[in-house]
Design a protein around this ligand. Structure first.
Ligand code: BGC
Length: 806
């Protein structure tokens, strides 16, 4: 052990207390031992360092920081150099604010477009998500700050996120839900990782030895620390034994006592505790040294410019009929839509940044060579009818040659702590869009939304720009693209399906009660649409440019694929070339094709360049559940190069010999998985995939410590049902206000145990259990535990504090 000398001096009380946070964001310092404290902060697209006391989801404002485009946006750039630049800039701001661990990037897989946090995640594809995440990690860590890829793992749903079990087969787990993390760890060299709230196959992620030790540390060689998501610890002792280091945010000393009791009873070993302490000491000491002599400010304007470049590179031109874009110099335009005045540039939740400044279209458009006939909000965010504004918009549209319509998802549609229930944007925006279309055929739609939406109205538009959530400098980036100062080069990192009903997890998402069954298996996003031949509106990897590119001369050898890309238009521009691999006659079922590499190539008008995309250890592998190893199936693999998943331009092939004769599945037993038609997977077939019986996810009688507060509709106690109704009413009111109330959403979805884990020691686990008894109708017995627990907890806390004072 590296810190043997310190560990030898530590009492068991000090060790146990060290493995839990001291407040919302900091670890405990021990002066006597020379152990400093480190500071953690969100987040993935800007620093959220709270100015006053921390309160998790942000009642207290955070200090101003650059709000960069969110991960869902940046993934559309397919530019790992940009990712690294952003990471570096985030790291610099973190250092300036005294933040040692940056809680991001988030890279959960977009299993369903409905997940409320999709705007924070990169992609439906693990390879792209992993490469982008690794680039952020490298950039952040280059500044002496640790990155913390999250949420590990299989956390693709917000509903009851702390009281939900993801039921997923080992192959899907490895190939889809873990590969991105593997890349972030192996290539990005992430030094911390955040364990997620949910259970994975019946064991909390934070207690999951398979995830935290066998895979993360043993297979991938992770040598950093595992930090729990805020309140994700269930049984701290089991967490420590499984490989988790730091319980956050402020579990209080009850958790530390639990840990000591577990060592004393032999439930876990002292060796496990020492290992975790050693790993945490390594992080704390290194981070402390890294921060010595740090710069305490950063160049706000320079970072704003980086945010603008990032937004421009990540904007996707979905449609451009008659080359209506870029706008001609002096074009007569009407600017319509509330989003042009009040931009939607980030999502809600723990990632919410207090920006250093915000640019808007309405303020900036005057700087461009355009004739603006007028600007109107057109519709209201709240959905109220306003005939005068509507008329104003339609009049303007009549007077303009081109209408720039700014619209998208409102603030209340996407947030941490909730999932969407549909993929539509508000009807009042669509009604206006249709009316505008009646008076002016030259409609250009500029969409702000952090995730895929249904676009049944797309034919009203001649051109569409999908900006996702493009950060504080997004407006300038959009105007640069509209006017041609920047040539768009973004490509969507998720499929835009025709309708929600077409999405692969449509019938399985979100979970009903306790379990979320990942019945669609590997068939997430384009892997499904391609294989099951379901038509989509815009395919994965799609995006237009103002110039054109030609692909030629593919050669494939053992090392990779080489080909030439030429810019055949008259503007400089960048192209994202994508490499997909498939095994047409494979015996092991697999998606039609899978992304295994990509390159973003900047080419001057007329320029051509040879591009090489190398194969790596992930190109041909699949997880074999029989050998329990990555294997390669024998056969002739197609290696396809395309400008999107649906536009394959060059195809070559390569022979591979197999690594095992043991094949994992019998085709006759798995028709859905062999055809990709996974819309209605039978129980029997899902069990074949899982290799075990499907766990019973039904709620079974009594509420337990790990059931969510929003399940109190089951409560026997009338009082608890009343509290449930009150909570629901508060949540509903907040939802209707148009601004999600994060703290309410958090409380609504949190399990009873979180009362003990997130109250800084004020509530012990025994007290939380007492509350559960009350809820289950045993008022006096329960309250007895709560009151008795209160006194004994305060007494024990005081005694413990005295022991660790240094
Ligand atoms: C979120 C994390 C975040 C943490 C701290 C949790 O609720 O899931 O992503 O880093 O809070 O704010």
């Amino acid at each position: 052990m590296k810190y043997q000398d310190i560990i030898e001096k530590m009492t068991i009380e000090e060790k146990a207390a060290f493995l839990g946070g001291r407040n919302e964001w900091e670890t405990r310092a021990f002066k006597r031992l020379g152990i400093p404290s480190i500071f953690c902060s969100d987040g993935p697209h800007g620093i959220r360092k709270q100015a006053g006391a921390g309160d998790h989801l942000g009642l207290n404002a955070s200090v101003p920081a650059t709000c960069f485009p969110t991960a869902a946006t940046i993934a559309n750039s397919w530019d790992v150099e940009l990712g690294e630049t952003l990471g570096k800039t985030l790291g610099e701001e973190a250092m300036a604010e005294g933040v040692n661990v940056l809680l991001g990037p988030g890279l959960n897989i977009k299993r369903s477009p409905l997940c409320g946090r999709n705007f924070e995640y990169f992609s439906e594809d693990p390879y792209l998500a992993g490469k982008m995440a690794a680039s952020y990690v490298k950039g952040i860590q280059s500044q002496g700050v640790y990155a913390c890829p999250k949420h590990f793992a299989v956390n693709s749903q917000e509903l009851r996120r702390m009281a939900m079990d993801s039921v997923v087969d080992e192959r899907t787990l490895r190939e889809i839900y873990l590969t991105g993390f593997e890349i972030a760890v192996k290539e990005g060299k992430a030094k911390t990782i955040m364990s997620s709230y949910n259970e994975v196959n019946g064991t909390y992620a934070n207690e999951n030895r398979h995830l935290l030790t066998e895979i993360l540390r043993d297979d991938w060689g992770f040598d950093g620390i595992v930090i729990t998501d805020w309140g994700a610890s269930n049984d701290h002792a089991l967490g420590v034994a499984a490989g988790s280091n730091l319980e956050m945010p402020n579990p209080g000393l009850d958790s530390a006592r639990e840990l000591i009791a577990a060592v004393e009873s032999g439930k876990i070993s002292m060796e496990d505790v020492d290992k975790r302490v050693d790993e945490l000491l390594d992080a704390v000491m290194t981070l402390y040294v890294n921060a010595q002599g740090r710069k305490e400010d950063f160049d706000k304007n320079a970072h704003h410019s980086i945010a603008r470049r990032a937004a421009a590179e990540s904007t996707v031109l979905l449609k451009n009929e008659e080359n209506i874009l870029p706008l001609k110099k002096g074009a007569k335009v009407a600017v319509i839509g509330d989003f042009a005045f009040v931009p939607r540039y980030q999502g809600a939740g723990s990632s919410l940044v207090n920006p250093t400044k915000i640019e808007t279209i309405s303020e900036l458009i005057g700087n461009y060579d355009l004739q603006v006939v007028g600007m109107s909000r057109g519709y209201s965010r709240g959905g109220e009818e306003d005939a005068a504004t509507r008329k104003e918009a339609l009049d303007l549209a009549q007077r303009a040659d081109i209408v720039l319509f700014f619209f998208g998802l409102n603030e209340d549609s996407e947030s941490e702590g909730m999932d969407r229930t549909h993929m539509r944007i508000p009807q009042n925006q669509i009604t206006l869009l249709q009316e505008l279309g009646q008076v002016n055929a030259n409609l250009v739609g500029i969409i702000s939304a952090g995730s895929a939406i249904e676009m049944p109205w797309h034919h009203y538009m001649k051109a569409m720009l999908h900006c996702y959530l493009n950060g504080q400098a997004g407006a300038g980036a959009v105007l640069d693209i509209l006017t041609g100062a920047v040539n768009p080069s973004g490509k969507i990192s998720e499929t835009i399906p025709r309708r929600h009903e077409d999405t692969p997890a449509y019938r399985y998402y979100p979970s009903k009660e306790r379990t979320s069954e990942y019945r669609e298996g590997l068939y997430v996003g384009y892997r499904y649409y391609d294989t099951a031949k379901v038509p989509v509106l815009y395919p994965f990897g799609f995006g237009l440019s103002y110039t054109t590119f030609e692909y030629s001369d593919l050669s494939v050898d053992e090392k990779g694929a080489s080909f030439t890309v030429k810019n055949t238009g008259d503007r400089d521009g960048a192209e994202v070339a994508q490499m997909y691999v498939s095994l047409p006659d494979g015996k092991v079922f697999r998606p039609e094709k899978e992304l295994k590499g990509f390159a973003k190539v900047f080419l001057k008008a007329g320029e051509s360049r040879k591009v090489t995309i190398s194969f790596d250890d992930k190109t041909f592998r699949y997880w074999n559940v029989k050998t329990n190893k990555w294997e390669v199936e024998e056969g002739s693999y197609s290696v396809s190069i395309g400008s999107s998943s649906a536009n394959i331009l060059l195809t070559g092939s390569i022979e591979k010999s197999g690594t095992t004769d043991l094949l994992p599945y019998e085709e006759a037993q798995m028709p859905a998985y062999y055809s990709g038609k996974i819309e209605n997977v039978s129980d029997a077939e899902f069990e074949k995939l899982l290799g075990r019986p499907i766990p019973d996810g039904k709620w079974n009688g009594q509420l337990g410590i790990n059931d969510a507060l929003c399940q109190m509709y089951y409560a026997k106690s009338g009082l608890a049902r009343f509290v449930y109704r009150r909570l629901t009413a508060i949540k509903k009111k907040a939802d209707e206000s148009g601004k999600p109330d994060l703290n309410t959403l958090f409380i609504y979805n949190m399990p009873f145990r979180a009362m003990a884990k997130m109250t800084g020691g004020a509530v012990s686990m025994d007290m939380a259990k007492g509350f559960v008894e009350v809820v289950n109708g045993h008022f006096f017995k329960g309250m007895g535990k709560v009151i008795g627990g209160f006194f004994s907890n305060s007494r024990k806390n005081k005694a413990y504090e005295a022991k660790i004072k240094s």
